[in-house]
Design a protein around this ligand. Sequence first.
Ligand SMILES: [Ca+2]
Length: 230
Amino acid sequence: MKKTVLLLGMTLTAALVFAAGVLAAGRLFGGATQGSGPECAIVLTSNTSNSSTTDDYSGVAFTPASGTTLANITNLSADFQVTQGDCGGGSPRFSIATASGNIFVYLGPTPNFTGCGAGRQQTGNLTQLTDARVDTSQVGGTFYDTWQNAVATYGALPVSEVDLVVDAGWATGGVQTVKVYSVQVNDDVAGCIGPPTTKDQCKNGGWQTFNVPRAFKNQGDCIQFVNTGK
Ligand SMILES: [Ca+2]
């Protein structure tokens, strides 16, 4: 399952890169950084113990197609590892922006979404879980809702953005850092992108989109990888 999801993700991502010649899905914000090479994870951090406010929160934002409703969100999943602090303070979570407010889907074990531990783990598709990890309180529901009830009640709400957010350093000793190896919203994937398989994928700035097997120095570096595997 793990391999299938990752391969599917990489295939979709590569297809996006190839078709559009631009960045794959997902826009980083706040203190988020994109790693490269074998350690290509997106690093989401919340550091509330330093003076900078720009790293108090981090996230990856997805913008669904126009007309997307809550009922149209059928896959929310992430491959992640907490490296500083722990899950807690309602973070990490998916935040779904609807016309009536945000709906949150928490990562980690119910009911408090704390104690994720230090290992790398995959959420699976959170919209297929039946536990009470969905917070619909901003749209008139409850803190402990299920995805099925949320869709039954609020499924027609238009969705303008879906974010994966880390913002609770304050709750976990001052720093909360989560490495995200991939994150998926429906068919859109952010995370490890590559490797390039054709020279054309390196052209027109395409070389800049890859972080697997490494970030390339320039177009020539990318084409050399395609030709030689090095
Ligand atoms: Ca800070």
